[in-house]
Design a binder for this molecule. Structure first.
Ligand SMILES: COc1ccc(C(=O)Nc2ccccc2)cc1NC(=O)CCSc1ncnc(N)c1Br
Length: 273
C-alpha cells in the first residue's frame, strides 16, 4: 500500500491506552495502531485551546518542522489528523518515559551517563541548527528515553524556524550592524547555553542558578553566577565544559559553532578519559 506517512489517519485506526502525561496544550495517551499493532503516543490537542492561545499557526509551523526532522535523538512525529474539535499528533512512543524521573530517582547522573546524554543532545541540536530550527525549550521534562535508554528530545511546543534573514547573512558579516550580528549569535546560542545548564543539572542534580525567588534566579543568570559544590565530586574537565559553554555565551556571546566545536572536543576528552 501507499507509504505510511502519506495515508489519512483517523481515530478509528487506534486503540487508546493509559494516559502518559500532559504535554503542552494537550494530554498524551499510549495507543496502538489497530492493523499493524504498532505502539505510539497519541497527543490530543483541543482546537478551541489553540484558538484561545492563538497558536494554531505555531502548530502548523511545528508540523512542517517536525516532518523534516529525522534524528535518532529527536522524538518522531509520524503524522497527524483531526476531527471537529481535536487535533491528534501521532508520536513515537518513548518506552523509558521522562529523563526527569531518572534524574530524580538517582539524584544526579555519573559523569559517563551525563556525557552520553549531553553528547546526544549536542548532536541533536547541531542537527536542528543546521536545519535552522531552534528548540528554545530544552529542559529535563522535555527529554524522554527510549527502550534502550537513548535520549529523545520531545515537545517542540516552542520551537521556531530561525528567520529567513539568515540566508542573506551567510555571505559576509562585515557590513552587518552589531545588533544583527548579535542576533545571529543569539539565535543558536540560546540552545547551547541550555546544554551547559543541563550538564550542570545532570551532574549536581539541580540547575546552577536555582534560587528561592524568580528574581534571584534571573539576577544569578545575568551575572552567570556559577558555583560548583564540593559534593558530588565532579571532574575539572566537566566543570571546565560547563563554564566554557555558559560563561562564554553569557559574556562573550561567541559563535555557536565555535562553542559546539569546543563542546564536542571537550566531550570527546571527557568520554575518552
Ligand atoms: C515530537 O514530539 C512532539 C512534537 C510536537 C509536540 C507539540 O505538542 N507541538 C505543539 C503543540 C501545540 C502548539 C504548537 C506545537 C509535542 C511533541 N511531543 C510530546 O508532547 C511528548 C509527549 S509525552 C510522551 N511522548 C512519547 N513517549 C512518552 N513516553 C511520553 Br511521556
Amino acid at each position: 500500500g501507499e507509504g505510511n506517512s502519506k495515508r489519512k489517519w483517523s481515530l478509528q485506526d487506534f486503540e487508546i491506552g493509559k494516559p502518559l502525561g500532559k504535554g503542552k496544550f494537550g494530554r498524551v495517551y499510549l495507543a496502538r495502531e489497530v492493523k499493524s499493532k504498532y505502539i505510539v503516543a497519541l497527543k490530543i490537542i483541543f482546537k478551541e485551546h489553540l484558538e484561545k492561545y492563538r497558536i494554531h499557526h505555531q502548530l502548523r509551523r511545528e508540523m512542517e518542522i517536525q516532518t523534516s526532522l529525522r534524528h535518532p535523538n529527536i522524538l518522531r512525529l509520524y503524522g497527524w489528523f483531526h476531527d471537529s474539535e481535536r487535533i491528534f499528533l501521532i508520536l513515537e512512543y518513548a518506552y523509558g518515559g521522562e529523563l526527569y524521573n531518572e534524574l530524580r530517582k538517582h539524584g544526579h547522573f555519573s559523569e559517563e551517563q551525563a556525557a552520553t546524554y549531553i553528547a546526544s543532545l549536542t548532536t541533536a541540536l547541531a542537527y536542528c541548527h543546521e536545519k535552522h530550527v531552534i528548540h528554545r525549550d530544552i529542559k529535563p521534562e522535555n527529554l524522554l528515553l527510549d527502550h534502550e535508554g537513548r535520549l529523545k528530545i520531545a515537545d517542540f511546543g516552542w520551537s521556531v524556524q530561525s528567520r529567513s534573514k539568515r540566508h542573506t547573512m551567510c555571505g559576509t558579516l562585515d557590513y552587518l550592524a552589531p545588533e544583527m550580528v548579535e542576533n545571529k549569535a543569539h539565535d543558536y546560542a540560546v540552545d547551547n547555553w541550555t546544554l551547559g545548564i543541563l550538564c550542570y543539572e545532570f551532574l549536581y542534580g539541580a540547575p546552577p542558578f536555582e534560587s528561592e525567588s524568580q528574581s534571584d534566579t534571573f539576577k544569578r543568570i545575568m551575572k552567570v553566577d556559577l558555583s560548583f559544590p564540593s559534593s558530588p565530586n565532579v571532574s575539572m574537565e566537566a566543570r571546565n565544559l560547563i563554564s566554557r559553554v555558559t560563561i562564554c555565551i553569557g559574556y562573550e556571546k561567541s559563535w555557536s559553532n565555535s562553542i559546539e566545536a569546543s563542546c564536542e572536543g571537550l566531550l570527546e576528552k571527557a568520554l575518552s578519559s
